[in-house]
Design a protein around this ligand. Structure first.
Ligand code: 5GW
Ligand code: MN
Length: 299
């Protein structure tokens, strides 16, 4: 084909009245490329990383990554940071903010010159649900006191993950959610939203567009502030009412993102659950959960 960056033919072929759209051989017809509210969904083979990098570099943004390693989860720090140093926004400025109750156990690692690590001591909580639930509160407080002066974009990530392929500037946007890899396996209505109306995370039956993973979300600092503040408010009100949402803070995140639509979505390439068999539509596994013995790591 004659396609180059200057001349993108939008329609290259007419076939039985169907228009077929091609962007430099990068067409994907096997997956959803845009949400009904016109937010792009990032999949391998739908964008050109060189163009995106060149655009992004002009802005001189700083991206923050908030991650937690409390109690036994300190064992995941090395795998997370080692792989993120290599694959997360490679060549761009990133500050990793690691909240931990064991600062002395953080391995000393040499990071790329444009990457830095900030260790932030944090108390541990007795109930495991509280560790992940309180992430929202800690993030929202830290935005108010620090991040709004330090970074342009902020992403929250689980620590029990490893990256295997580039996660680049295609993730940068105002409000970004990652579609759960479990959504691929199930039709929309059997998914895991909180449906009990007593919970502040409740989504009425029949409603819901995507099911988002709490393991990876982000956006501009001000949007992530609104999100984490709202979600933690929901968590607090549920606590006061003696109810806990089905999937904890993930349920509250899903409620929030239903009514505040993300401006960009990441496909399950960006958080692949290792429990699942990878289907053909997942051409690359950029990031996936580290298999963990739940009994061993949580208690
Ligand atoms: C411990 C027991 C059960 C659930 C969470 C924890 C736990 C989570 C912990 O003991 N220490 C900790 O630092 N966390 C943080 O919360 C980690 O950053 C972790 O990635 C995040 C979410 O918890 P996960 O990864 O166990 O949740 P799933 O849904 O990925 O299994
Ligand atoms: Mn996890």
């Amino acid at each position: 084909s004659y396609v180059n960056h200057l001349t993108f033919p939008l329609v290259t072929r007419h076939k039985k009245n169907h228009l077929i759209w091609i962007f430099k051989g990068a067409m994907r017809t096997d997956v959803l490329l845009m949400s009904p509210w016109l937010a792009p969904i990032m999949w391998e083979g739908t964008f050109n990383r060189d163009i995106l990098n060149a655009q992004y570099r002009q802005k001189n943004f700083v991206v923050g990554v908030a991650t937690f390693a409390v109690k036994k989860y300190v064992r995941f720090i090395e795998g997370f940071l080692g792989s993120a140093n290599k694959f997360f926004l490679s060549g761009h400025r990133v500050n990793f903010y690691l909240f931990t109750d064991h600062p002395e156990k953080v391995p000393s690692m040499k990071l790329a010159p444009e990457k830095s690590l900030v260790i932030i001591p944090v108390q541990n909580y007795s109930r495991w649900q509280d560790i992940s639930m309180n992430r929202m509160d800690i993030i929202s407080n830290h935005i108010r006191t620090h991040w709004r002066y330090e970074v342009d974009y902020l992403y929250s990530m689980d620590i029990d993950v490893q990256m295997f392929e580039h996660i680049g500037v295609e993730i940068i946007d105002t409000l970004v959610g990652t579609i759960s890899s479990w959504q691929y396996t199930k039709p929309r209505d059997s998914n895991s939203y909180e449906r009990r109306p007593e919970s502040r995370a409740a989504i009425p039956s029949g409603e819901g567009d995507f099911y988002y993973a709490a393991s990876f979300y982000g956006g501009s600092v001000s949007e992530v502030y609104k999100l984490t503040t709202a979600c933690f408010k929901g968590v607090t009100e549920d606590r006061a009412n003696g109810i806990e949402a089905k999937w904890h803070e993930e349920s509250h995140l899903n409620k929030y993102l239903l009514y505040h639509k993300p401006t960009r979505l990441l496909s399950p390439e960006y958080y692949w659950d290792e429990e699942l068999i990878r289907p053909r539509i997942i051409r690359v596994k950029r990031l996936s959960s580290v298999r963990k013995d739940l009994k061993e790591v949580r208690f």
